[in-house]
Design a protein around this ligand. Structure first.
Ligand code: PLP
Length: 401
């Protein structure tokens, strides 16, 4: 047989996160590996979707999405993000922000175009770029504060560079980019004429600092592709409702690829999300911050206690922790030894770096119900003496964070 996978497919690797989730299931463990928020779906969102199904909104929609959700997103962009956009021509409802990024890459990048990624990165960003035959360039954020210098960007850029990915608040570092850092990136993108692809999926999960949308910075509206969605905010990761907001000259191409791959986002679920955006008060979003900061503090407190020093995140819902004291050579071994010892699944730090870094890090997700998180903490506290630190200093010092 002379059949084979495409070169594109043969470059793909199984997600480390999925592999850990499978290992976790086998030992009936608690999955702090995957970013699945199993908190409750807000009633207006659920009810809105149910009513839409009953009213027969079950067919294909326009590729860009139904008018009520595009209008609700445009209002929200004005109110929350400070971005004015035309719901008719500048808003596309995608199949999650994941679908948004894939469609944007296909519409805006040519094979061989380089795109800068900050690392530690979110694996889907890298793999989507690779699938679109773009070439990733890396700028490493430095622990414990995940900082960078403007010169770091200048060092990697070439005449073939076409874009930069900005994920704020960031997975996995929890970094919330400051206005100064955003201005560095804006200035850099303008000088080198780059697209800025922003993934703002954790925009409501901010514990310190403030969420700033790149498109609001002077001169950045036209070159910024703003992507976000409601998977996290409304706890509907399985619904696949995300969106892109961008200048109309890019929107049509993005909508075209979205149409080709997904046709449209699920029709009644678009209406459920539109109802949620319209009906939920500001206090709903404020509560997210309050609820998740408690989860963060609980988990980080326990991690400190057991010697897995956390880098306390300013946003999103992940914690990178120093795993240098766990058994095992690689971060994958360390994550597995923690799973076997405590029944808590995490993700190996190497999953977030391209060049052999991250071996002393593991990532915990705290988007869990209080009961589940409490159980995970109880199990973590049982970390046996054999795994426990012997006070040696971690190689990648997160200790003063
Ligand atoms: N972007 C980031 C940074 C994420 O961490 C995740 C999920 O973990 C996603 C996007 C996925 O978002 P969606 O469900 O809207 O595709």
């Amino acid at each position: 047989m002379s059949l084979y996978l495409s070169q594109r497919a043969s470059r793909t690797v199984q997600s480390e996160i999925r592999a850990m989730s499978i290992a976790c299931e086998k030992v009936n463990g608690i999955n702090l590996a995957q970013g699945v928020c199993d908190t409750e779906v807000p009633a207006p969102v659920r009810e809105g979707a149910r009513r839409a199904m009953e009213q027969g909104i079950n067919s294909y929609t326009r590729a860009e999405g139904l008018a009520p959700i595009r209008e609700a997103i445009a209002e929200k962009m004005h109110r929350f993000n400070g971005i004015d956009c035309d719901p008719e021509t500048e808003v596309i409802v995608n199949s999650g922000s994941t679908g948004a990024f894939y469609a944007a890459c296909l519409a805006l990048l040519n094979p061989g175009d380089e795109v800068i990624l900050f690392e530690p990165y979110y694996g889907y960003h890298l793999n989507t770029l690779v699938a679109a035959e773009a070439v990733p360039l890396y700028v490493t954020l430095r622990a414990p504060d995940w900082t960078f210098h403007p010169e770091d960007l200048e060092k990697v850029v070439t005449p073939r560079t076409r874009g930069i990915v900005l994920n704020t608040p960031a997975n996995p570092s929890g970094k919330v980019f400051t206005r100064e850092e955003m201005e560095w990136i804006a200035d850099f993108a303008t000088r080198h004429d780059l697209f800025v692809f922003t993934d703002e999926i954790y925009e409501y999960f901010v514990y310190e600092g403030q969420h700033i949308s790149m498109a609001t910075l002077p001169g950045m509206r036209e070159r910024t592709i703003t992507m976000s969605g409601y998977s996290k905010t409304f706890s509907i990761t399985g619904w696949r409702i995300g969106y892109t907001v961008c200048d109309r000259q890019w929107a049509q191409g993005i909508a075209y690829f979205h149409d080709l791959i997904y046709v449209c986002a699920p029709a009644p679920l678009q209406i459920g999300v539109a109802e949620g955006i319209r009906q939920l008060p500001k206090s709903f979003y404020d509560e997210i911050g309050k609820e998740y900061i408690q989860k963060r503090d609980l988990l980080c407190g326990v991690l400190k206690e057991i010697g897995l020093t956390p880098s306390v995140p300013k946003g999103a819902y992940y914690v990178l922790a120093d795993a240098s004291l766990l058994q095992g050579k690689t971060s994958r071994d360390k994550a597995l030894s923690l799973l076997h010892e405590t029944g808590v699944a995490t993700v190996a730090g190497s999953a977030f770096y391209h060049g052999g870094e991250g071996e002393n890090l593991i990532r915990f997700c705290f988007a869990k119900t209080d009961a589940e998180l409490a159980e995970a903490c109880t199990r973590l506290r049982r970390l046996s003496a054999s795994l426990r630190p012997d006070r040696s200093e971690g190689a990648l010092s997160l200790r003063n964070s």
